[in-house]
Design a protein around this ligand. Structure first.
Ligand code: ACO
Length: 428
């Protein structure tokens, strides 16, 4: 592989270094493009060909269906690790020892209280408010209750900010749900594990004990691990972009939540169930909806299909499909939309429209079915994704700040009017 790339414009040649990643990913480093060509830039809407950073956190190969956190295969982590272990790995780069993990968990627990005044903010939201909007607002509002900014050069301050958000975020997520469900805004139980405690905070009824189901805890743990990071996706890029202005961790995460909400990103898990339900209500005719998805005049898309980077299969979808089967059978849930989902998948995998465009089920295709079996309502699916993605956002924010990356500020090609004279309102 050559060490440079040559660009020729109007007979002038410019050399740019080639960077090679540890997995042999190749990039042309155009850092000096504008200065050496007197102002020429690249244009790449949707950043389909643009690397925004060098990162040591997550590797994915969309063609081969590979996803690794810090070098560890997602399949192995989902099988052998728990969510907090994976969170530590993503954020700090190495698997924790038993001692470090215990300290990490106890530091998170010590931060799991949320100022009681936050409840007044929640009171101000209508019950119908979407929990993603509530969660994004509350995460941002945390700044008011924890006003000191993080000195990123202090390892201790950085660590404290990280355990603070990891401690408070599950409480806010559970409260966003409980407000909607008309349940009191309770705290959890520090004697429980992170995921089990979260489930208790979600589902504990005012009267009566909460008994956790190990099958559900394990499945939830897996789901959170599978969502924990996905390199420079829309919400993570948002977190890095907002953080690059040196805005704090909480507000950067709040912006990431807003980005995740969209139906083309994390909101797809809600959209998938709504789509499957609609197909069921309409008589379960999957062929009709396959035709709609392929019709360019119809805006309908098969939700949960396709991915910006996975063009072969989404390794997370494989794990989730298997887990969904075992959770549903363990819980004795028969969900007709699971059959519709399997039918759609089978048809799509044999259909040239989907095969030619390399459209495969993504992580969200089966996650909603699992959440539903666990008793999580549809509008909480994307907040669950946010809870899983939190360690990834933190890890990416930390990496960006420690590397002292410059403020994110893309350029543009202006295609508007040339200079013109202002017309008085009476002359227009
Ligand atoms: N159903 C039908 N056609 C599709 C679908 C779909 N789900 N996804 C892509 N296509 C078609 C497009 O119409 C386009 O066809 P064309 O080449 O004939 O114009 C082609 O496949 C390429 O699609 P793009 O939109 O250009 O691909 P892009 O990489 O920009 O988008 C995305 C990826 C947004 C995920 C897209 O596949 C999609 O909208 N999927 C449904 C929403 C979804 O499931 N999102 C969750 C993503 S995973 C996550 O965020 C965790």
């Amino acid at each position: 592989m050559s060490k440079t790339a040559t660009l020729t414009i109007d007979g002038n040649s410019y050399e740019f270094p080639i960077k090679v990643g540890t997995e042999n990913e190749i990039a042309i480093d155009i850092n000096s493009l504008r200065s050496s060509t007197s102002g020429i830039i690249t244009i790449d809407p949707g950043f389909k060909n643009t690397g925004s950073c060098e990162s040591a956190i997550t590797f994915l190969d969309g063609e081969k269906g590979i996803l690794r956190y810090r070098g560890y295969a997602i399949e192995e982590l989902a099988e052998k690790a728990d969510f907090l272990e994976v969170a530590y790995l993503l954020i700090f780069g190495e698997l924790p020892t038993a001692e470090t993990l215990a300290k990490f968990h106890s530091d998170i627990k010590a931060q799991s209280h949320v100022d009681e005044d936050v409840k007044k903010i929640i009171d101000g939201f209508p019950k119908s408010a979407h929990p993603m909007g509530v969660l994004s607002s509350l995460t941002s509002a945390l700044v008011a209750f924890n006003p000191s900014s993080v000195n990123v050069d202090s390892e201790e301050e950085m660590y404290n900010a990280i355990v603070r958000i990891l401690g408070k975020f599950p409480v806010l997520t559970a409260w966003a749900y409980r407000k909607r469900a008309g349940l009191p805004l309770d705290y959890g139980d520090d004697s429980l594990g992170y995921v089990e405690n979260f489930l208790k905070m979600m589902f504990k009824k005012p009267s009566g004990e909460f008994t956790s189901n190990p099958v559900v805890v394990d499945a939830m743990d897996k789901l959170l691990i599978l969502h924990a990071d996905h390199e420079q996706n829309c919400s993570t890029s948002t977190v890095r972009m907002v953080g690059s202005s040196h805005a704090g961790l909480f507000v950067s995460i709040s912006a990431g939540i807003a980005a995740l909400w969209g139906p083309l990103h994390g909101g797809a898990n809600q959209a998938v169930i709504e789509m499957l339900e609609a197909i069921k209500e309409d008589g379960g005719d999957t062929k009709k909806y396959m035709a709609k998805a392929k019709d360019k005049k119809d805006p309908f898309r098969l939700m949960g299909f396709g991915h910006r980077v996975y063009k072969n299969f989404d390794p997370r979808a494989k794990i989730i499909k298997k887990a969904a089967d075992s959770v549903l059978s363990d819980l004795g849930v028969e969900d007709p939309v699971l059959d519709i989902a399997k039918g759609l998948e089978k048809e799509a995998l044999e259909d040239s429209y989907f095969v030619d465009r390399k459209l495969y089920p993504n992580v969200d295709f089966y996650s909603g079915i699992m959440y539903r079996a666990m008793g999580i309502p549809v509008e909480m699916f994307t907040p669950m994704f946010a809870l899983g993605r939190l360690p990834g956002w933190i890890a990416q924010w930390r990496e960006m700040r420690l590397k002292k990356e410059p403020i994110g500020r893309p350029r543009q090609v202006y295609i508007g009017e040339n200079q013109r004279s202002f017309k008085k309102i009476s002359d227009r």
